[in-house]
Design a protein around this ligand. Structure first.
Ligand code: C5P
Length: 423
């Protein structure tokens, strides 16, 4: 495990919410990367996880009470925040964010947060109606405007049984956001949230094109050839790049994902339309082709709905090859995006096939993933990928697609900082 957070001290504030159980895993993930983790548990947080488990995992005393003589004599609330490099609030409840936005300091967590001059990362978690409430939106916006960072919340099944926005980001996604902020302190401005809502911006001034989702290739006016791509990964990448300040055009095949905030979306259906929309979005510094483009389309789409003719003979389709958007963007003579990233969905010999795909198509990086039957990647929430560059193959651990997007966006930002300096 890379000690990406060696010698860093994180103060983790766990407020009340069912997502607090994920914070126990977050402690482990931060510590395995070398961070020291000290925890503040609010009264609400202690209803969901016990001080004992937090103390055992963090290997530190847990701080709970502003007016505890013992806590204050051993570690005053000012020292708690001063000795941290970064404060992480996970879960960040609606109540704690409201207190923070108002500048209240009536318990240990809110006092520490008011007393700090260190970066603060929020990982909101709540019921979707609470998250959508104008008061919560106002408070969250205020906190972002105040310069706090945020990761998530994501969409999905909520513990309350509802489905929607409000799910706390997964521990590895929060870790990626922590690494972004800590890395950003030395290498330029810190990053914004994965939702693309605000924050400082290492990719400010960079233009990115992201393709996402499947393509539909018409057979006749009512039928089409398609595939099972959900668009989750591509949309998350568009959001993550926008979160780092890039101006993003998302060229998306038919999908059910919400449009990411702060991203220009071009909805298309076919591969031919996808290529035209990408070309219209040029010039760009970055192209990430995450779409599952259909390799073929039906030659001579029927103008009317095809009918059975009574002969018992099914119609024969002639397929023609679609344009390869990744190869086209990679091999442009003038105006090629300076970093072109492709995806390779493979069912066997994942790295070998992806490496040869990288050279064949002429892109700079390939994100290779195993989509074999049983992996659940197609349409699922998680991905296990390899990042393949000209001289390196990195195996990334299994992560939620949002975390893959955050990590990839950070790598892209680092690439531009390393090659062109921070602008
Ligand atoms: O050749 P294959 O479909 O496996 O390559 C996958 C990569 O190529 C993905 O990045 C995908 O978005 C891109 N691609 C494309 N246009 C095509 C086919 C694939 O951009 N027609």
């Amino acid at each position: 495990m890379n000690q990406t957070l060696a010698d860093k001290n994180i103060l983790l504030i766990i407020s009340g919410g069912i997502a607090a159980y994920k914070s126990l895993d977050l402690i482990r993930r931060l510590k395995e990367r070398g961070a020291g983790v000290r925890c503040v548990l609010t009264q609400g947080g202690a209803q969901f996880v016990t001080p004992l488990s937090v103390a055992a995992l963090s290997e530190e005393a847990v701080f709970q009470d502003l007016f505890s003589l013992k806590d204050e004599s051993e570690m005053g609330h000012i020292r708690l925040s001063r000795e941290a490099d970064l404060l992480v609030v996970a879960p960040a409840s609606a109540d704690l964010m409201a207190k923070m936005a108002a500048g209240l300091a009536n318990d240990l967590a809110s006092t520490v947060l008011l007393a700090t001059d260190k970066p603060v990362l929020l990982a909101p978690a709540m019921n979707t109606v609470m998250w959508d409430h104008p008061a919560t939106r106002r408070n969250f916006r205020t906190l972002l405007d105040d310069g706090l960072h945020a990761v998530g919340p994501g969409q999905g099944d909520l513990a309350c049984g509802e489905v929607g926005a409000g799910r706390m980001s997964e521990p590895l996604e929060i870790v990626a956001a922590v690494e972004n902020i800590i890395g950003g302190q030395s290498a330029g401005p810190a990053t914004g949230p994965s939702t693309g809502q605000s924050g400082a911006a290492p990719l400010k001034g960079r233009r990115a094109i992201v393709t996402s989702g499947p393509t539909y290739e018409a057979i006749d006016p009512v039928r089409y050839l398609a595939n099972r791509s959900s668009g989750k990964q591509g949309h998350a990448i568009a959001a993550a790049l926008a979160g780092l300040g890039a101006e993003v055009v998302l060229v998306a095949g038919p999908n059910n994902q919400p449009d990411p905030g702060g991203v220009s979306v071009r909805d298309i259906e076919s591969a031919t339309q996808m290529l035209a929309a990408c070309e219209a979005a040029l010039p760009a510094d970055i192209a990430v082709c995450a779409a599952a483009v259909s390799d073929w389309r039906v030659a001579g789409e029927a103008e009317q709905k095809m009918k059975k003719d009574g002969s018992g003979q099914p119609p024969a389709f002639n397929l023609v090859e679609n344009p390869d958007i990744l190869a086209t963007l990679s091999q442009m003579n003038g105006g090629r995006p300076s970093l072109v990233v492709g995806f390779a969905a493979e069912t066997e010999k994942v790295v070998d096939h992806a490496q040869s795909k990288r050279t064949r198509k002429g892109c700079d990086w390939i994100v290779a993933n195993d989509v074999g039957a049983g992996t659940g990647v197609m349409g699922g929430d998680e991905n296990t990928v390899h990042l393949i560059t000209a001289d390196n193959v990195e195996a990334w651990p299994k992560m939620p697609k949002d975390a893959v997007a955050t990590a990839l966006a950070k790598r892209i930002a680092d690439h531009f900082t390393n090659h062109f300096g921070s602008e």
